[in-house]
Design a binder for this molecule. Structure first.
Ligand code: KG4
Ligand code: ZN
Length: 336
């Protein structure tokens, strides 16, 4: 089956064409990030308007790159949540319009389901596996038993890890979104010079990141020189080391407790080089396979939705009645 997938849950307008849920024919992402940067975060109304302007061009580009015409598409998958309602409605409306006009099936998908199945576009992975979904909106540990079969094992009680990266970046004047900039600076700094707390390190599988962010704020107030260009790499490295240690320890604890031999790390923060290194090192030590999607499949994109879209469409688990959802626990997807 040749499926067109659409993603517009936050600040990326994306479309992809994927064959049989595995072969990526195209994956186009138009980022709005520069548009929101001057506001220091995503402005929902601005995001919706920009999705509306970009979406048809992005779909045309995805079809072009795939070398296909719209009438060769056999099914549609679109992000239905979680996300900004106005932004989601753009992708959903366009998906419904195409499905209606072409009389092809349509399925509404969970954004995080896309992230945790994304690596299957690059290689086969046997179920079950553990997924750490770590992005601007999520820091969740899931047991993945198959497409549509997800169990939450742990989650953040306050900020997502990406949110903490972005807030710290803003605090030290790096602008928004700052995760990649912190990563870049951290690679030049000493992670042991400034030590930040590791919240809830020895308490269950839930996370808390707002405390690390507050500790950085307090440190910066007490040591204003720490944000000078020559000192910033050490501050970034100290902060990143704290986040990475918590993420790595809890992920491996979850894998051990659940007898899982494979770990998928996905979402925008999975691009972080410190996290990749720490996870790979632990993986070798513990004999657990650690899988990271390539960077284009870590951040928000539409191809990542196609694994689940193909499965649901082929098994006729689809519906034109799609409800945009601001929040949507992944466990409730259960369509396997
Ligand atoms: O998955 P994603 O593109 O969008 C969401 O669903 O949130 O993730 C975006 C998040 C942002 O918080 C961004 O700062 C963070 O991922 N991020 C990074 C890196 N690249 C992106 N955080 C740390 N290190 C990076 N290299
Ligand atoms: Zn995402």
């Amino acid at each position: 089956m040749i499926v067109l997938t659409l993603e517009s849950s936050c600040d990326e307008t994306a479309a992809a064409v994927v064959e049989n849920g595995r072969t990526m024919r195209s994956n186009i992402v138009a980022s709005q990030v520069d548009l929101h940067a001057r506001f220091g975060g995503v402005v929902p109304e601005v995001a919706s308007r920009q999705h509306l302007e970009a979406i048809t061009m992005v779909i045309d580009a995805a079809l072009d790159q795939a070398g296909l015409k719209l009438d060769e598409i056999e099914g549609i998958g679109v992000t239905a949540g979680p996300g900004l309602i106005g932004a989601l409605l753009v992708g959903i409306s366009v998906g419904q319009a195409i499905a209606y006009a072409r009389q092809i099936p349509l399925v509404g998908l969970h954004h995080i389901e896309g992230h945790i199945l994304a690596p299957l576009l690059e290689r086969e992975i046997a179920f079950p596996y553990l997924a750490l979904a770590v992005s601007g909106g999520h820091t969740h540990l899931y047991r993945v038993d198959g497409v549509g079969l997800y169990t939450t094992l742990g989650q953040t009680r306050d900020d997502a890890a990406g949110e903490a990266f972005d807030k710290v970046a803003k605090l030290v004047g790096l602008g928004y979104p700052g995760g990649a900039k912190i990563d870049q600076l951290a690679s030049q700094g000493d992670p042991e010079l400034i030590t930040f707390p590791r919240p809830m390190l020895h308490r269950g599988l839930d996370f808390s990141f707002s405390g690390i962010k507050t500790a950085v704020r307090n440190y910066v107030i007490a040591h204003p020189e720490s944000t000078q260009p020559e000192n910033l790499p050490d501050l970034a490295a100290g902060f990143q080391a704290a986040v990475v240690e918590v993420l790595t320890k809890k992920t491996f604890q979850a894998a051990t407790e659940n007898g899982l031999q494979r770990i998928v790390v996905c979402g925008g923060v999975a691009c972080n080089r410190g996290l990749r290194l720490a996870m790979q090192e632990q993986g070798v030590k513990k004999g657990v396979e650690v899988i990271f999607p390539s960077p284009l499949l870590c951040g928000d994109n539409a191809a990542m939705l196609a694994v689940a879209a193909d499965y649901y469409l082929c098994n006729q688990i689809s519906s034109r009645q799609i409800r945009a959802r601001a929040s949507w626990p992944l466990d409730l997807v259960s369509r396997g």
